[in-house]
Design a protein around this ligand. Sequence first.
Ligand code: TLP
Length: 360
Amino acid sequence: MSTPIDLRSDTVTWPTPAMRAAMAEAPVGDDVYGEDPTVNRLEARVAEMLGKEAAVFVPSGTMGNLIAVLSHCGRGDEMILGDQAHIFMYEQGGSAAVGGVHPRTVPNRADGTLDLQQVEDAIRGDNDHYPVTRLIALENTQNRCGGQALPVAYMDAAGELAHRHGLALHVDGARLWNAAVALGVPPARLVQAADSVSVCFSKGLAAPVGSAVAGSAAFIRRARRMRKQVGGGMRQAGILAAAALVALDNMVDRLAEDHVNARRLAEGLAALDGIDLAPATVQTNIVYFDVTAPVVDAAQLSGRLAAHGVLINSTGARRLRAVTNYHISGEDVAAVVAAVESALQEPAVGDVAAIEGVYR
Ligand code: TLP
C-alpha cells in the first residue's frame, strides 16, 4: 500500500528538508552548562514571540506542562483546570504523581473555555481542611473541545481573575500557534495575562522533537532546575533546537492551510449519512466527529479506514478525531471523505483483520 493519509495527529509530521539541513549545520555545546548557542537562540526567540522574559527548551509538551505546574505549586497545593484538559486527561496524572499537586476540575464548555464564575467558586478559602489553590491552567487551542481557540478577551479575563486571587495562570499552548493564526493575533497578545506558557514545535510546526516553557526570568530559573530534576537536561540539544528555529520561521503562517483543510474535511464528513458533526465549530486543525450509523462503531470505522490507507484514531465508542497537518493536501481531504463514505457501507466481516493488517 502507498503511504497512508495520516490524520491521527499533527505529531506525526516529519521534519522538512530545511530543518534537516539546519540540524546538520547547527552549532552546539553542552546545554546543561548553558553553552549551546542554538538552544540559547531558540529560547530567546520563543521568549520574544511570547512576550515573556525567558524560556527553557524541553523535550516534550508533557514535560513542559509538568515542570511549569511543579514550578508554580508545591506538594498538596491545588490547581484548577478543565476536565477535558490534556494535563488532566493525558499526562498520566504526572503533576500529582511526581509533584503531589492536587487537580481540581471545572467542566470545559463546548468552546474550550471554563466558566470563570465556576473557576472563582472553586478557589479555596483559608480553612484547615482545604488544600491551597495556587494555579489556574487553560489550554489554547483546546484539543478535546475540537481545537477551539480561546480569544484574547477570555484569556485576559482569566488572568485578571487569577491575579485578583493571588494565583498564577498557566497556558498549555501546545497549539498556541494555531490559535494565534486562527484568531489573527500575535501569540504574545494571547498569553499576555499568563504567568507561564508551554508551546510545542513538534505538532503542526513539524519539527521532530521539542517544546518550550516561557515566563518571567525568576520563574524560568525554577523551571530550569525542575527540568533537570525530572531528567530533561539535554546536552547538545542544538541539533533539535535548530529544527525548532526553522519551524518558527517557516511553519507558523502555513497553519492556515491546515485550518482550511480541516474545515473542508468537516464539511465533507457532515454531508455523509451516518456521520454527525457541526463544521462551523471547526476553527483550527482538529476535527472530532461521531459515527451514528448503527452498524459500525468508532473503533471498527477506524480499522476499516486503515484498510483504505486512511489513519484516524477513535477517541470514544462513537467518536473519532482527525487532525490535518503539513502532509495533508486538499486532494487527501477529498480522498478521506470518499474513504469514510465507502467504509460506512462495508459489511462488518473482516473488521478485526483490517486493523491487524495495518498495525502489525
Ligand atoms: N497531544 C497528543 C496526544 O497526547 C493526545 C495529540 O495527538 O494531540 N498539550 C496538548 C494540548 C496536547 O495536545 C499534547 C499532545 C500535549 C500537551 C503533550 O505534548 P507531547 O506529546 O509533546 O508530550
